[in-house]
Design a protein around this ligand. Structure first.
Ligand code: BES
Ligand code: ZN
Length: 456
């Protein structure tokens, strides 16, 4: 049978697939740091060349930021668009890595062999599952099973500044029947299709008081302390029940659909295990919400960083002149990121006392996205995925954000099948990131089955 021939090809070529992924992982394509711009270009060029090697017409498309890569191939059948991102998070803190982040290595992991290195799971290993599936298909059949556009971004980890203009300028080329995105996780051992992603609003607050740091004995008690002012503001962002206090914040937060609640309940999520992996034990979200609701369907306000005063070794009696904090809000439903930004800033300004001033920095804003799972492609893909993993694939939510999924809906009128093979212990964005070789291997085989099923 033809599907079996392609799956066998994936198996026999697997060592070579790993070798190719390792070459891509050696390129430090960190998008947020301009010092790595040339490396981002190198990763884009590597991918365009690899796509060309499997018969696609591919090119690197410069933008005002990091380049995009677009490849076209196949014809007939449905038109699929595959999206992945080749940029990675910075490797810091470097000292916490057990081996250099851009010298990928195969190691023993908790469930078998893993490939360790920055970007192994997020998202180079995941995007290569799809490329390898296409390679195997083409090797066996001489052509792809349907019309395909491959689209790789190089700024996903830094707020995608060039993405929307690029989608608008290339709408004809990029619009397809359905998008495929490989940038999410499984649910433990259960393969999964993510049907909703949270949005993200990034804000930085900088509170300034005196024109220099002051002696805390000479001035303390009389002079305004911006660290104290900021701490008070941050502490007031949640009430006693864990509800966020920004006026209008909950506008557009829908109640959890009872059908979804039932599906999620069936997953048998054990919060103690999930938290136990990272040394915690108690869900700390809003009172009355279930743990999965807290990460999948409820919005959040989290402090990501705080800077003020003396943080070096020892002790210094000082009143800082400035205090700042970086915050992120995860958004759900139809919460409007720009309205929330305005409301948040107004609420902060109202709490700034005399002699203090406040400045804000914008770190991106994207709404949540929800897929219409009644489109036939969702059930087709779910069945193909279940066959590969010999386990019923689940529809799940995700707490993270992939802004492109929402932009595909708004600007190209297309829903996304969010299918990924990451695991919760992959340590994406953290030191010692890894991707299970089983995720990579069965991920490739999954895409072969999904491509066959969607093209049939
Ligand atoms: N791949 C992740 C998001 C993700 C991981 C979603 C696992 C679902 C399951 C993605 O690369 C990411 O980290 N996104 C950022 C958003 C971006 C705008 C910085 C995030 O969620 O913080
Ligand atoms: Zn990612």
């Amino acid at each position: 049978m033809t599907l079996d021939a392609v799956l066998s090809r994936v198996d026999t070529d697997f060592d070579a697939s790993v070798a190719r992924l390792m070459r891509l992982l050696e390129i430090p394509s960190i998008s947020t740091d301009p010092a790595y711009a040339a490396d981002c270009d190198a990763a884009a060029a590597w991918l365009a060349e690899d796509l060309t090697g499997i018969g696609l017409t591919a090119s690197v498309r410069p933008t005002t930021g990091r380049a995009m890569v677009v490849g076209q191939g196949g014809d007939g059948g449905p038109h699929l668009l595959f999206y992945g991102h080749y940029d990675v998070q910075p490797a810091d803190p470097l000292a916490l890595w057990d081996s250099p982040p851009f010298e990928p290595r195969i190691e023993d992991g908790p469930r078998g062999k893993v490939l360790r290195g920055r970007g192994a799971a997020d998202d180079k290993g995941q995007l290569m599952t799809f490329v390898e599936a296409c390679r195997a298909w083409t090797a066996v059949h001489g052509a792809l099973p349907c019309r395909l556009t491959v689209f790789f971004e190089g700024e996903e980890e830094s707020g995608s500044p060039s993405l929307v203009p690029f989608l608008k300028d290339n709408a004809d080329e990029l619009s397809a029947d359905v998008a495929l995105i490989c940038d999410t996780d499984m649910f433990d051992d259960t393969p999964a299709i993510v049907t909703q992603l949270r949005g993200l609003l990034g804000e930085e607050i900088i509170v300034t008081a005196a024109n220099r740091d002051l002696h805390s004995g000479h001035y303390g008690g009389m002079a305004a302390n911006p660290a104290r002012v900021l701490a008070g503001i941050l502490a007031g962002l949640h009430d006693d029940r864990g509800r966020i206090t920004v006026p209008g914040f909950y506008d557009g937060v829908p109640p959890l659909d009872p059908m979804l609640r039932a599906q999620w309940d069936e997953l048998g999520f054990v919060p103690g295990e999930f938290l136990g992996e990272v040394g915690l034990s108690q869900p700390a979200g809003e009172e009355g919400k279930s743990p999965l609701e807290m990460v999948w369907s409820e919005p959040t306000c989290e402090i990501n960083g705080m800077i003020s005063g003396y943080t070096g070794e020892g002790f210094k009696t000082v009143l800082p002149a400035q205090a700042s904090a970086k915050l992120s809000f995860r958004l759900v439903g139809t919460q409007d990121p720009l309205a929330i930004r305005e409301s948040f800033r107004a609420m902060v300004r109202d709490q700034i006392p005399p002699d203090c001033s406040v400045e804000f920095r914008d770190h991106g804003a994207s709404p949540a996205s929800h897929m219409r799972t009644d489109a036939p492609a969702f059930e087709t893909a779910r069945q193909a995925l279940s066959r590969e993993w010999e386990r019923e694939a689940a529809f799940i939510g995700a707490g993270g954000s992939i802004p492109v999924a929402g932009y595909f809906q708004t600007h190209l009128g297309m829903d996304s099948l969010l299918i990924g093979f990451g695991r919760s212990d992959d340590a994406i964005h953290s030191p010692n990131e890894k991707y299970d070789l089983a995720s990579f291997h069965k991920g490739i085989r999954s895409w072969v089955r999904i491509l066959a099923a969607l093209s049939a």
